[in-house]
Design a protein around this ligand. Structure first.
Ligand code: GLN
Ligand code: ZN
Length: 771
């Protein structure tokens, strides 16, 4: 007799916030523009929450999460909840008596005001969602404002639903925070004793309002944490659990395995744990078994992948759930993480081949999968036989589809040898060949690729989409832009030019649209940050390049000038990082296919006379696995796929790459192994610290540390750029240095671009004359 678990429930951690028509984005932006007032925005928020609640309930979700809604970001909401509001934002919006006052202070933290810069923004673990980094110092004073979770709880109760409020847990909140002053010997986690009492108070208030469960998210525990932090985890949850008037506590982890934190939480007095049983399935299963299970606790089993868009393998998930029944007091069925990271609904995709649509599962479809699995778990397989059958045939259709497996692509990948990953000659010999061809001055000046994406360019693209502009007219407009960008760079006096990327909507989408194996969606919006949503392409099948993608643009640009124009491509790792990647083969295999397609493009650019080719890999570091022990394997395929895409060229073709992040420590060796002739890196924001790191690591090739932080329109003076250059020259051989901005200029305007690049060229001249 299969054991039945009557308490098993279907649940999720969270749901997309924006609404099917992206109502929330539109309402917030209208509020910013002064077109609607605070009441109207608050009403839109409330309607959306009501709508989502009904959608989840009607889908059969038995325990519905609360407080996952946000006007901007859930980490910002947590900072607000705890009263961790920087002085400058308090001063910027001193009066919060009215709803508008509250919203304005909240948005001031998110977006800044004229004199109060916003909180810093960074990626939420290894996702493409960005959160706002709380600012905490030794003197931060906290004060609880529980109004948001409480009001949302009560609002749902009025609809007859007792939700499970979801909050960022205290450990994760503090580990994600930063002290902007960098106070000696202080870490935000030192504030734990001040924060825990507020959480206790919050639990009490939620209990009073009628909450039965509360979910505290601790995703920071899936990253390596020292014993001292794990001790704090044990203390914190013991303290929180000691409060008697509180809801039951579910501690949620996701994105990876809990590792050493699992035994700590398993032996803590909290009533429930949520674990990721998708990517981290076997590690979490083993760890659960190793502690003898959690017979006294509720397990929320994330068996449906909340990070990808593929239909789940229901039979496999059901068998995982079956195993888990023996390891926990009760087992609930959920997605691995909030569904915030996937698009809303496949049925909106009317352009997709129905067969392909059957392979997919967006947030709305994942609800059905979860509900089905819950039924299968409690009522037995027979009860869901029909659905299992359909699921099986959809998985089979995907596995045998000719767009998924293309023998020619597979044969080509299988034939790759180690020699394909390496340039013919060592860097020293290549350098001579390149110097002989390019005749560049010392400290060559260049840019990263894009020039400002002006309103006219965006309008032209929109007009093309709506059919108001034909392809030929669009091409003409883009060519005119390339001419202008080349002329501009010649006027300024840069040494290596770019075509400016005007024809690219996005550096991944642009290539995805031209490669086989990639699919685009019409409505597959996913929140990137605040009101910014992206539509990542799906890599569904084997990747190849039917025809050249950029050669015409590069050769057109090159025909306009005597100076070298860099060809510009997006690297394989970044193409994967900013897409939904197939889950039926290792990522490294998919990366190799993309790499071979890019290799064809690189060789075609070379054959067309392009002497310098840049392959951007800005996502290389953000894709780094959360657990350090997984990193070497990742870097192996990441570096190999970059090499495979670039190593086919002649000695006298110069390969560039570009990366932009604050810290390069974890990837310095990878940068060396990639063996690009030149790498341009973000550096101005960290005062060129990277240059000394490169020297110390023995980086043997050429490097262009950025001298302009392009994140703001501020124009650095000639003296400032000279200062940066002298720092660089002092730490790294001048004959291997380049001069460039931190990143592309697409978000900047022409006034600051002209002024800064002019200063950059002037500063370079001064340093060349007096090294
Ligand atoms: N070539 C790209 C650009 O200049 C690089 C962008 C990036 O690093 N994210 O826009
Ligand atoms: Zn960049």
């Amino acid at each position: 007799m299969p054991q039945t678990t009557p308490t098993s429930r279907a649940t999720v951690h969270g749901y997309p916030r924006q609404g099917a028509q992206r109502q929330l984005k539109k309402a917030i932006e209208s509020y910013w523009a002064g077109r609607v007032d605070a009441d109207s925005l608050l009403t839109t928020g409330k309607e959306l929450r009501r709508h989502n609640l009904r959608e989840l309930r009607d889908a059969g979700i038995e325990e519905i999460p609360g407080n996952y809604f946000s006007f901007y970001d859930h980490v910002l909401d947590t900072a607000w909840l705890l009263g961790a509001i920087p002085e400058r934002h308090l001063a910027a919006v001193p009066d919060i008596a009215s709803p508008a006052g509250k919203l304005d202070r909240y948005f001031a933290m998110a977006r800044g005001t004229a004199d109060a810069p916003p909180l810093e923004m960074t990626k939420w673990f290894d996702t493409n969602y960005h959160y706002l980094v709380p600012e905490l110092g030794p003197d931060t004073r906290f004060a609880l404002d529980a109004s948001k979770p409480l009001e949302e709880f009560t609002e749902a109760l009025e609809q007859g639903v007792t939700t499970r409020p979801v909050l960022v847990g205290p450990i994760t909140f503090l580990l994600l925070a930063k002290d902007p002053a960098g106070t000696d010997g202080f870490r935000p986690l030192d504030l734990l004793d001040k924060v825990v009492p507020l959480y206790t108070d919050l639990l009490r208030q939620l209990h009073e309002a009628g909450a039965e469960w509360v979910q505290l998210d601790e995703p920071a525990l899936v990253t390596d944490q020292p014993a001292e932090v794990l001790d704090k985890v044990a203390d914190t949850y013991a303290t929180l659990a000691a409060e008697t008037a509180r809801p039951k506590i579910l501690v949620a982890s996701y994105f990876d395995r809990l590792g050493d934190a699992l035994p700590v939480l398993a032996s803590s007095p909290v009533e429930g744990l949520a674990l990721d049983f998708t990517n981290a399935a076997s590690a979490n299963l083993d760890a659960l078994a190793a502690v003898g299970g959690i017979p006294d606790k509720r397990l929320v089993a994330g068996v449906v992948n909340g990070r990808n868009i593929w239909a789940a393998d229901l039979a496999a998930a059901l068998s995982t759930l079956g195993t888990l029944l023996g390891l926990a007091g009760s087992v609930d069925v959920s997605a691995s993480c909030s569904l915030l990271h996937v698009p809303l609904d496949v049925t909106l995709e009317t352009d997709l081949d129905p067969e392909v649509a059957g392979w997919l599962s967006f947030a709305r479809q994942k609800l059905d999968e979860i509900v089905t699995l819950r039924r299968g778990l409690t009522e037995g397989r027979g009860a869901i036989g029909n659905v299992l059958h359909i699921n099986e045939s959809r998985l089979a259709s995907r596995a045998s589809s000719p767009i998924v497996r293309v023998p020619a692509v597979r044969d080509r990948v299988a034939a790759v040898t180690d020699a394909d990953l390496h340039r013919t000659s060592q860097y020293g010999k290549r350098r001579q060949a390149q110097q002989g061809r390019l005749h560049l001055p010392e400290l060559p000046t260049t840019t990263i690729g894009s020039f400002p994406q002006t309103t006219d360019l965006r309008k032209a693209r929109a007009a093309l989409r709506k059919g108001e502009l034909d392809q030929a007219a669009y091409q003409d407009a883009m060519r005119a832009e390339v001419r202008a960008v080349i002329a501009e760079q010649e006027r300024i006096g840069l040494d290596v030019l770019v075509h400016g990327e005007p024809e690219r909507n996005d550096m991944v989408q642009y290539f995805g649209e031209q490669l086989t194996g990639f699919l685009a969606t019409q409505h597959g919006w996913v929140q990137s940050y605040g009101t910014r949503y992206v539509r990542p392409p799906l890599i569904a099948g084997d990747v190849s390049r039917p025809t050249p993608m950029t050669v015409e643009w590069a050769t057109y640009a090159q025909s306009l000038t005597e100076r070298p124009v860099k060809g510009m491509l997006t690297g394989p790792v970044t193409m994967l990082a900013w897409s939904f990647v197939r889950d039926d083969q290792p990522e490294g295999d998919t990366a190799r296919q993309v790499a071979l397609a890019l290799r064809d493009e690189v060789l075609d650019l070379e054959a067309a006379g392009i002497a310098i080719i840049q392959v951007d890999e800005p996502a290389l570091r953000e894709t780094l696995p959360l657990r350090t022990t997984d990193r070497a394997a990742y870097l192996d395929w990441a570096v190999a796929s970059f090499q495979l895409s670039t190593a086919g060229v002649r000695d006298d073709t110069q390969i560039h790459t570009h990366m932009c992040y604050a810290e390069f420590g974890d990837v310095l060796q990878a940068i060396i192994d990639m063996d690009a002739d030149v790498i341009s890196l973000e550096a101005a924001r960290s005062n060129m610290a990277i240059v000394a790191d490169l020297a110390l690591a023995g980086y043997p090739n050429e490097a262009g540390p950025g001298v302009w932080d392009i994140h703001s329109p501020r124009v650095p003076s000639v003296e400032e750029v000279v200062g940066h250059l002298r720092t660089a020259v002092g730490a790294f051989p001048a004959d291997r240095l380049w001069v460039n901005p931190d990143c592309g200029l697409k978000t900047r305007g022409y006034p600051e671009v002209r002024a800064t690049l002019t200063n950059l060229v002037e500063a370079t001249g001064q340093v060349r004359a007096r090294p």
